[in-house]
Design a protein around this ligand. Structure first.
Ligand code: SF4
Length: 260
């Protein structure tokens, strides 16, 4: 099922200060100073490369594309630490690949749908030409992003699946609220709900920002924290125009499995 690979853990390596000519710019403007040490796995990464955690194909488990075959390109590193995170292995483990090689590996897996995910994929500048080249190749490109990095530079052909971090995530302060004004009708907004208070908070934002008028809005139950049946009842009771999202891959396969 998976063609993923897991190589070195760059957080445990020592990285000498990189020469300016080979050090890519990081979008540090979106990253608070006390989170910047979490970008250490990207230090010294040569320009024109990506630190890639895994590239594999599976069924899309989330979003309105759930159930469709999809190629996943999971990039390494994240500046957040959501308490429900199911990909902490992507915080530091990865292999450096040239942009051309990442494009080639994604295309050779053959599916029409490609998702760029992480970690937080927008931390690596080369992700922008990666998405553009995949769109140029005729792929439907999804970007799964934390909502904590400005999405302004994302190719408009890319369908952004934008998280809004709730108080229960522990990362609500990281939301870049100006991203809401950039949403396109083909984008999607996702709230991972950790408890009833999160649900009420998210519902208030959906109504105040009229999010459902802009694009699909997804509510997902934090795995192991909220019963999806309870969340379904809350959505019905509140008459919210949102879509319940089940993490299909966790139903089909081991919830802790990688590369699915
Ligand atoms: S933004 Fe995503 S990858 Fe980063 S800590 Fe949160 S859930 Fe994990």
């Amino acid at each position: 099922m998976s063609t993923g690979f897991f190589l070195e853990d760059r957080a445990t390596e020592s990285h000498p200060a990189a020469a300016p000519a080979t050090e890519p710019l990081l979008p540090v403007e979106s990253v608070s100073p006390h989170h910047r040490h979490r970008l250490r796995p990207l230090e010294g990464k040569p320009v024109g490369t990506l630190l890639v955690h895994e590239i594999y194909r599976s069924l899309q488990g989330e979003s309105t594309f759930a159930g469709l075959p999809c190629v996943f390109v999971r990039l390494t590193a994240c500046h957040l630490r959501c308490n429900y995170c199911d990909t902490p292995h992507a915080f530091a483990q990865g292999v450096i690949l040239g942009l051309d090689e990442v494009v080639a590996r994604a295309l050779e897996l053959g599916d029409d749908l490609v998702e760029i995910t992480g970690g937080e994929p927008l931390l690596q500048p080369e992700v922008y030409p990666l998405m553009t080249r995949l769109a140029d190749a005729g792929k439907t490109v999804l970007l799964e992003t934390s909502g904590a990095i400005d999405i302004a530079a994302v190719d408009p052909r890319v369908r952004v699946i934008l998280d809004i971090k709730t108080p229960g995530s522990g990362e609500v302060e990281a939301n870049v609220w100006s991203n809401l004004a950039r949403l396109k009708p083909v984008d999607e907004v996702k709230f991972v709900v950790c408890d009833r208070a999160d649900f009420d908070w998210a519902g208030a934002i959906v109504r105040a920002q009229r999010l459902a008028d802009r694009c699909p809005v997804l509510f997902s139950a934090a795995f192991g924290q909220v019963n999806p049946t309870d969340l379904a009842g809350w959505i019905l009771e509140a008459r919210l125009p949102v879509r319940l999202q089940l993490q299909q891959h966790k139903i089909l396969w081991d919830p802790n499995a990688r590369g699915v």
